[in-house]
Design a protein around this ligand. Structure first.
Ligand code: BDR
Ligand code: CA
Length: 314
C-alpha cells in the first residue's frame, strides 16, 4: 500500500481525484491537506469536509494556506468561472459542515506525518504548492524523508491556461513551486502537456457514473458546471481531468513518458509562473539558474484512453 497525503483545492477535478485515491486498493490515503486556489481556503476546506462525509473518507483533513508564500502576491485567478462559486460546480454545498478538522495547520500535519513514516509518504500536490513550501521552510530535512512528490502543475512545451506562459497551480504561487522543484527530493510533474490531452467526454462520464452508486451520482452532479465550462469557454466536448492524471500515475506510471532535468519557475514579469526544464539529455547551461539543481521528472506523453480506463475501473 502506498501512503499518500493529498494536498488539494477542491475543485471539481480535485474531487474526482480524491474519490480515486479513496477507492484504489493499493493506495492508503493517510491525510488530506487543503490549500486556497479553486476557491478560498474556507471553501476548499469545507468542500473537503463535505466530500469526506458524502463518500465516507476517514483520512484526517488539515487546513492549509489562505494565500501565496510571498505575502506581496495577490491571487486574482478567476477560478469561479471554471469550478463555480462554491468550488464544486454550484451544487449547493452547505455553508458549514459539522465534521472535525485536524487542529494543526497543513504544513505542520505534513511534517509530523512524514517524520512518523520516514521514507514512506508520497505527497500528491494538485493545487498551489504553498503548504509544501511552508513545510520545507519550517523543516528542510523532510525533503530526505519523503518518498516522492507528485505534482499537477505547469505548462512546459505548451501554452498555459491562465496566461500563455503559466498554468493555474503555478501561477497562483510561483515562488512556492520553485522551492518545491529545486528541493532535494524526487518530484514527478504532470503539467498541461499531458493533462490537456486527457479529456473525459460527457458520454464517458455518464457511462462511468451510471447505476446505483451514490458517490458516483454526486461526482456526476458536481462535474456538470465544469463540463459546461470546457464546452462553452474552451470549445471541447470533454473535461480535462488534470488532478486525476497525477493520481493515476501512482497506480500506473507506465501510461506516461517522462523527461528528466532541473525545473525552474519564472517568478515575476510577463512570463510569471512559467515552468522551464533544462533536459539532462540536452545542452548543459553552465552557470545558469538550472545548473546544479536536482533533476526532476516531467511527463511529456500520455496514453489518455488507458488513463481513463484506470479511473473508470477504480
Ligand atoms: C489545475 O488548476 C485547477 O483549476 C485544477 O484543479 C487543476 O489542479 C489545472 O490547471
Ligand atoms: Ca486542483
Amino acid at each position: 500500500m502506498q501512503k499518500v497525503i493529498f494536498d488539494t483545492d477542491p475543485g471539481v477535478d480535485d474531487a474526482m481525484a480524491l474519490l480515486f485515491l479513496h477507492r484504489h486498493p493499493d493506495i492508503d490515503l493517510i491525510g488530506v491537506t487543503t490549500v486556497f486556489g479553486n476557491a478560498s481556503i474556507e471553501k476548499t476546506t469545507r468542500n473537503a469536509q463535505f466530500l469526506h462525509q458524502a463518500w465516507g473518507i476517514a483520512a484526517p483533513i488539515a487546513k492549509g494556506a489562505a494565500r501565496a508564500f510571498e505575502p506581496s502576491r495577490a491571487d486574482d485567478h478567476p477560478a469561479a468561472v471554471v469550478h463555480g462559486e462554491d468550488g464544486l460546480g454550484n451544487i449547493g454545498v452547505p455553508a458549514n459542515i459539522d465534521s472535525p478538522v485536524d487542529p494543526r495547520p497543513a504544513f505542520q500535519f505534513i511534517i509530523e506525518t512524514v517524520r512518523a513514516n520516514p521514507g514512506e509518504v508520497t505527497l500528491v500536490a494538485v493545487g498551489r504548492m504553498t503548504n509544501l513550501a511552508l513545510a520545507l521552510k519550517a523543516d528542510p530535512e523532510i525533503a530526505g524523508l519523503v518518498k516522492e512528490v507528485v505534482v499537477m502543475g505547469g505548462a512546459f512545451d505548451v501554452n498555459g491556461n491562465v496566461t500563455p506562459a503559466a498554468e493555474a497551480n503555478i501561477y497562483g504561487d510561483p515562488e512556492a513551486a520553485d522551492m518545491v522543484f529545486t528541493a532535494s527530493w524526487k518530484v514527478t510533474i504532470f503539467g498541461l502537456d499531458v493533462t490537456m490531452k486527457t479529456l473525459m467526454s460527457s458520454s464517458y462520464l455518464v457511462e462511468m457514473t451510471a447505476g446505483q452508486d451514490r458517490a458516483l451520482r454526486l461526482l456526476s452532479d458536481l462535474s456538470q458546471f465544469y463540463i459546461d465550462f470546457y464546452r462553452q469557454r474552451v470549445g471541447l466536448d470533454g473535461m480535462a481531468i488534470h488532478d486525476s492524471c497525477a493520481c493515476v500515475y501512482l497506480a500506473a506510471p507506465e501510461l506516461f513518458d517522462y523527461r528528466s532535468g532541473p525545473v525552474r519557475v519564472i517568478c515575476g514579469g510577463l512570463a510569471d509562473g512559467k515552468t522551464i526544464q533544462s533536459p539532462d539529455s540536452g545542452r548543459r547551461y553552465e552557470g545558469s539558474a538550472w545548473d546544479g539543481q536536482p533533476s526532476q521528472s516531467v511527463a511529456v506523453a500520455v496514453q489518455p484512453e488507458k488513463v481513463l480506463e484506470v479511473l473508470r475501473a477504480t
